[in-house]
Design a protein around this ligand. Structure first.
Ligand SMILES: Cc1cc2nc3c(=O)[nH]c(=O)nc-3n(C[C@H](O)[C@H](O)[C@H](O)COP(=O)(O)O)c2cc1C
Length: 203
């Protein structure tokens, strides 16, 4: 093949992002509930693992973005150990994607812009919720919703305790259900030079 061929560089051919987007688009087209829901696994400073669901808000070459309360246990984990794993599961068609990588906070301007795109009551909710802290009584949350609705009747700024994280992938594994549990698994790994390689795995 000639050097001037229009083929993309070999490393790009193993970039997992196009397949990820294909699978996500398939899940959306099937109208699965919450196609962007993903399990987020973190590890605390003391080495204790935790997992919970979050919603993917953006995915591109820079990474996979989600938003949360920055005073939550998950945020504390991610600051102490900026490494995490994401796991999607879509059924049908019976597909799993695991994404491992390093974590960085989303820049203020990007978080502001996403926050501004949310519905009014979701923005108020971000102010009202002290995520994962004990709820003293049943009316505490509606009380805080009322308080912040009065405070921010028209424009709602992004709370200082609310923002996003971006997971820059170092490995992405695709798992697809096949008959007789002979499932197809393929792992893409990112080398130190940034180039992706790909390898099949036994199921
Ligand atoms: C489908 C689904 C989507 C969720 N999406 C988010 C999200 O995008 N951000 C978030 O902070 N919590 C989300 N949650 C709630 C989290 O799972 C979790 O309860 C909360 O963030 C507190 O987690 P932590 O105590 O480990 O920090 C979601 C829950 C479900 C079931």
């Amino acid at each position: 093949m000639s050097e001037s061929s229009a083929q993309p560089p070999a490393a790009d051919r193993h970039d997992p992002l196009p397949r990820f987007h294909e699978w996500l688009a398939d899940a959306r087209a099937r109208r699965l509930p919450e196609p962007t829901a993903m399990a987020l696994a973190t590890v605390s400073a003391g080495g204790s693992p935790s997992v919970r669901m979050v919603l993917l808000k953006h995915a591109d070459a820079a990474g996979f973005v989600f938003y949360t309360n920055l005073e939550s246990p998950k945020a504390a984990d991610l600051r102490a150990r900026p490494e995490a794993e994401l796991c999607f599961y879509w059924n049908p068609p019976g597909r799993q994607v695991r994404i491992h990588g390093s974590i960085t906070p989303v820049a203020d301007a990007e978080a502001d812009s996403y926050f501004a795109s949310r519905p009014y009551l979701s923005r108020i909710g971000a102010w009202a919720s002290k995520q994962s802290r004990p709820l003293p009584h049943a009316l505490a949350l509606p009380g805080r919703v009322a308080e912040f609705t009065l405070r921010f009747a028209t424009s709602v700024p992004r709370p200082p305790h609310w923002g996003g994280f971006r997971l820059a992938p170092t490995s992405v594994e695709f798992w697809e259900e096949k008959p007789y549990r002979l499932h197809e698994r393929v792992v893409h790994r990112r080398g130190a030079d940034g180039a992706w390689s790909v390898a099949p795995l036994y199921p």
